[in-house]
Design a protein around this ligand. Sequence first.
Ligand SMILES: [Cu+2]
Length: 221
Amino acid sequence: MPRVGRLIVTVVLLAAVAGGVAFAGSNLSSQPVSVAYTAKPGEPVNVTMQTLGSYGQGIHSTWVSYMTRSPAGRWLHTTTWQVPAHTRVNVTIYQYDSGSPLRNQQVGIVQGTIGDVATLNGKVFTVINSNAGNGVAHTFSMPSLGINVPLYGNNPNANLCPAAPCTTAWPHNVVKFSFMSPGPGTYPWQCFVPCALGFLYGNGGPMQTVGWMDGFMDVVS
Ligand SMILES: [Cu+2]
């Protein structure tokens, strides 16, 4: 190959590599932050989240979302959190969205939590009949651990929280449950209600995006 040709090939290759690095970098830096929950040995960690009907700001202001509260009490737009291994995880979810009947009644059943139960506003429940009352808004589901918890909807005619982060002044349901964290690893979780309004069958957009209706539990030793 003539020297000029070799130079051109080298420049093109370097540009491609630089482009790839920049692309990977911008993607990595746009990943939501991870909230670290720590505990003394033998003590539980308390994970607190909220679900809201529309984020209310930014380019995806109409998207449904989860949020996570940091141990310091700040609401962060993330669905990724870190917990210690083999530790009791107490989850509290403030649910601010309306609900609907489920297409798949299976996800109306509480599964995989300690006792296979959860509480809704302080009352123990094992299943939500989504064809009655306000239906189910979202689920918290971690298939690799067999966990599924349906989140009961709010009355759609109520004055629902319009933007993040919602405060308890807005109509809401409080759902609590616990489970034991497994060994170290990364465990994906998500919502199984097709709640993405305006997307095909409700399954696009926030349903496929980490930081909205999908997240990760990082378990560390
Ligand atoms: Cu959802």
